[in-house]
Design a binder for this molecule. Structure first.
Ligand code: GRF
Length: 208
């Protein structure tokens, strides 16, 4: 039975597209059950529709509480019976009750080497700090901001002439590889959490 994922986006969805390409190339043995956006005009929705991936739009209603939105989101996701919820540029903070509804079933990608530079304006932070290396991190989502057990990371150099945009582009290329690799490891049962840390078992034959 194929490993079913829901991908949550808010914008261009290039990570979602990279995951879809890995599936098409049979490198990632998974099925995208649904792409959900909280923005009706997210560019990534067009790609999903063009490739016959089911899409849903769930916009935040005026004066609606975070709890209420997240309950609607959880009910929507539950209809698809997915094995994993993949946050791919989903620009909303999820409430503790949402996270508790899907224990160890939500992952995120962040464009820095966590725990350095969580939150927003990540590349500006990295350049301002003068770090020589940055990168990306795939992690399980817990109730903190960009915290949660780290699954894997990729490193890129920060060059003297870098702007936030050039650094973001270098990191994004790595994100597109790393996210599919991590999902494949989870789908293949190679990822477990012990004492709030991820243990990767590299012995299985199912990895990318
Ligand atoms: C990526 O840089 C990701 O790390 C961050 O948001 C961005 C989303 O880009 N969480 P895209 O929508 O996948 O192109």
């Amino acid at each position: 039975m194929s490993f079913k994922i829901a991908i949550l986006i808010s914008g261009r969805g290039s990570n979602m597209q990279a995951i879809h390409r890995s599936i098409q190339e049979n490198k990632l043995k998974a099925h995208i059950a649904v792409v959900i956006s909280n923005q009706a005009d997210a560019a990534g929705l067009n790609y999903a529709k063009e490739h016959n991936i089911p899409t849903e739009v769930l916009t935040h209603q005026a004066h609606e509480s975070r709890e209420s939105y997240d309950q609607r989101l959880a009910s929507l996701i539950q209809k698809y019976f997915v094995d994993l919820i993949v946050l791919a540029g989903f620009m909303r903070i999820l409430s503790p009750s949402f996270i508790q509804a899907f224990p160890q079933k939500i992952i995120n990608i962040h464009p820095s080497l966590l725990p350095a530079f969580p939150g927003l304006h990540v590349h500006e932070q990295a350049i301002a700090a003068g770090v020589r290396y940055s990168g990306c991190t795939v992690h399980y989502v817990d109730e903190g901001c960009d915290t949660g057990p780290i699954i894997d990371q990729r490193v890129v150099p920060v060059l003297p002439e870098d702007t936030a945009d050039t650094l973001a582009a270098r990191i994004l290329k790595e994100e597109h590889q790393l996210y599919s690799e991590c999902i494949q490891k989870i789908a293949a049962g190679q990822v477990k959490i012990e004492n709030n840390k991820v243990i990767l078992n590299f012995n299985s034959k199912n990895s990318l």
